[in-house]
Ligand binder design. Structure first.
Ligand SMILES: Nc1ncnc2c1ncn2[C@@H]1O[C@H](COP(=O)(O)OP(=O)(O)OP(=O)(O)O)[C@@H](O)[C@H]1O
Length: 677
């Protein structure tokens, strides 16, 4: 029927409104949906055709069975001639068996086609989502994106796959049942057809109201899911702030909204179904009355009338089903719009046609006059930034929040391309490299340690799929994680829980380090690797971190220079639009006095000398003192090779800071127009 509560809930979910309803997809034509998704039925069309043919065969069997029923009524029941019974009875049995088998086969073929369509389409949309810049997902509500991947994809299937099969078979059934009725009595059949518009009028009167109610239900469902998702994923925060009651009330409020929306659907369903039944009953009474008159006049047999009524009993639901399908189709099309929106989204960057796959690089990174503004933002995130990182060298990137430190990582990984300037890997513009090969050269340790809900082993091996247990253990040993993993109940097979929450922050971080060690790329980016760790834990993480950095070109993004390796160069970013400056100095080799002429624009944050490990006080973790990686030009603090390196203050005209015989460009934005690497 038009809307059973569960059915209608599913139906309304497909509308996929945002909580506020602002994201309601614009209406989309069915044709556009077919144009977009019909190619996805390739390879499955035979299944759908089989579904249609089997369903049609089953309907034909029903038509024949009803005919036999009429025959038995007239030739056996009315005449009381039992011998005439057996032949038709066996045929009827055979027809029922064929109808059973064919309707099973039809339903199975259609379901198989539908499920395979769903699988393939979901894979396609997800694969496409994975090509988009992570910002695409981050800017959207997770619940909304998930609804697109599940309910909306399902809605498309119900339109393009099984929905189409249903339309064709329902139309065929209408033709068969109406044809059979015409065959018995064309004038009676015409009268019947004249009554059919009554169904359509009622369907139309309800459709608009039902659509609105479904949209409201969809919105409140989305709101409720969002509250659940946020409340559960932020459970530690909720409990720590004693907000359990408030969160429960929030859910209850949204639950009420959902209840009301469902009740208005139930109210409509409650009215619609009896209205349709009344019309059906009126039709049947009219037909029976007319039929009785015809029987009395000897122009119709009892069997004929009963068969006629049986055809009608099948015809009306089929007609109703068509009205229902029209509603389903239009709502499914609205859902498909949201999937099309995802598929139409283009990645911020794409491989050039002549992009080359780079092998394992030496790991020389250079930013040359890089400027970048996020799409839709007026203010640049970076302006005219230049620096280099040599193979095996550690460069510390620091600066106030929002200065663009993490943006450097996004440009290095080519999530975006710079608006001006270039990013180079081993002297090659990264725009000329395939993204895959570029990213195979770079490992990022994110600010928030990202783990999956698998086992410890899965999470470490994520860095190199197919790694053997021995390799995983070796990486774990290097990351200082092996001893604690051994203590876990299932060792390396112990589940780490949702986002690794069954582990401590330090343990998570060391697992991430093991993952990065196993991945073993020449370039490493550590984005605030000590975030959330206390001093003691950070101290434990330092040693494995050093092993990880050894021999790799490393960009260490940190606010806290206590964790900066001694002797590492420091790149200090200041946010645009304040005059952007980048200063070069050496950890442990600077002082205010060593930076003559430095002025600190905008309150002096840029001029603030970062604290070195030695200046961090007794509670500081051990500063970087590790041996320089093989072949690396990095020298520990105070080494003669670096002694001459100084901060290049803004406006001094000192554009190039020389270090160890190498030249590195540190540009100052517009104040240093001539800067070049
Ligand atoms: N996806 C984005 N879309 C639009 N603007 C963004 C996006 N990501 C960052 N920004 C903006 O770009 C600027 C630089 O951000 P970025 O994350 O690089 O700063 P950051 O120095 O790493 O800050 P923090 O130290 O707080 O992590 C900020 O003003 C920020 O609001």
């Amino acid at each position: 029927m038009l809307e059973r509560p569960v059915e209608s809930r599913r139906l309304s979910r497909r509308l996929s409104l945002s909580v506020s309803g602002r994201e309601l997809a614009p209406a989309i034509s069915v044709r556009r949906t077919f144009r977009e998704f019909w190619p996805d039925t390739r390879g499955l069309r035979r299944l759908f055709v089989a579904g249609v043919l089997f369903a049609i065969l089953a309907a034909l069997c029903e038509v024949a069975a009803i005919r036999l029923f009429g025959h038995i009524t007239d030739e056996v029941l009315t005449t009381r001639n039992l011998t005439a019974f057996w032949g038709p009875a066996f045929i009827w049995l055979g027809l029922a068996a064929i109808a059973g088998v064919t309707s099973f086969a039809g339903a199975y073929a259609t379901a198989l086609g539908g499920e395979r369509f769903l699988l393939a389409l979901r894979d396609r949309v997800y694969a496409h989502l994975q090509t988009l810049t992570p910002d695409f997902s981050e800017k959207r509500r997770l619940g909304d994106l998930m609804a697109r991947m599940t309910d909306d994809v399902e809605a498309i299937e119900e339109l393009v796959g099984s929905g189409l099969v249903k339309v064709i078979t329902t139309l065929a059934s209408v033709v068969f049942f109406a044809g059979a009725a015409f065959f018995i009595r064309w004038d009676l059949a015409l009268l019947t057809m004249a009554l059919i518009p009554l169904f359509l009028v009622v369907s139309k009167a309800f459709a608009g109201r039902f659509r609105t109610a479904a949209a409201r239900e969809r919105a409140s469902n989305g709101a409720m899911n969002s509250v659940l998702e946020e409340g559960l994923s932020n459970q530690p925060l909720v409990q720590a702030y004693n907000r359990q009651g408030a969160e429960s009330r929030r859910l209850h409020r949204e639950g009420w909204g959902w209840l009301r929306a469902n009740m208005s659907q139930a109210w409509l369903s409650g009215l619609y179904n009896p209205a349709v039944q009344v019309i059906e009953t009126v039709c049947l009474i009219v037909i029976l009355g007319f039929g009785a008159w015809e029987i009395a006049a000897g122009r119709l047999t009892l069997g004929g009338l009963l068969s006629f009524a049986a055809y009608l009993a099948l015809l009306y639901p089929a007609v109703q089903g068509l009205g229902e399908l029209a509603l389903t189709v239009s709502e499914a099309a609205a859902g498909s719009d949201r999937v099309i929106e995802v598929l139409r989204a283009r990645p911020a960057v794409a491989d050039a046609e002549d992009a080359v796959a780079v092998g394992r690089s030496a790991g020389r990174i250079a930013f040359e006059g890089v400027g970048f503004t996020y799409p839709g933002r007026g203010r640049p995130a970076l302006r005219d930034v230049s620096f280099t990182v040599e193979p095996g060298e550690v460069v510390v990137v620091t600066g106030p929040s929002g200065a663009g430190k993490s943006t450097l990582t996004k440009l290095l990984l080519r999530f975006y391309d710079p608006d001006s300037g270039r990013v180079l890997l081993d002297g090659a513009d990264v725009r000329g490299l395939t993204q895959k090969s570029l990213r195979e050269n770079v490992t990022v340790l994110h600010q928030e340690t990202l783990l999956f809900s698998g086992s410890v082993r899965d999470n470490i091996a994520y860095g190199r799929p197919g790694a053997s247990l021995d390799e995983v253990i070796r990486a774990a040993e290097a990351a200082g994680v092996h001893d604690f993993v051994k203590m876990l109940p299932q060792g390396y097979d112990t589940p780490v829980g949702q986002r690794g929450r069954l582990l401590s922050g330090g343990q998570r971080q060391r697992i991430a380090i093991a993952r990065a060690i196993l991945r073993d790329t020449p370039v490493l980016v550590l984005d605030e690797p000590m975030t959330g760790l206390d001093v003691a834990t950070a101290g434990h993480v330092m040693q494995p971190m050093r092993r990880l950095m050894a021999g790799r070109a490393t960009l260490l993004i940190t606010h806290d220079l206590r964790y900066a390796p001694k002797g590492a160069r420091v790149l200090e970013l200041e946010p645009v639009p304040r005059e952007e400056r980048i200063r070069l100095r050496r950890v442990g080799a600077h002082s205010r006095a060593g930076r003559p002429g430095t002025s600190a624009p905008g309150g002096g944050s840029g001029a603030r000398p970062p604290e070195s490990g030695s200046g961090a006080g007794g509670s500081s973790p051990e500063p970087w003192t590790g041996a320089p990686p093989p072949g690396s030009a990095v020298s520990p603090a105070g080494s003669p090779a670096r002694a001459g390196t100084e901060v290049s203050p803004a406006g001094t005209g000192s554009e190039v800071a020389s270090a160890g015989g190498r030249s590195d460009a540190w540009s100052y934005g517009r104040s240093r127009p001539g800067a070049s690497p």
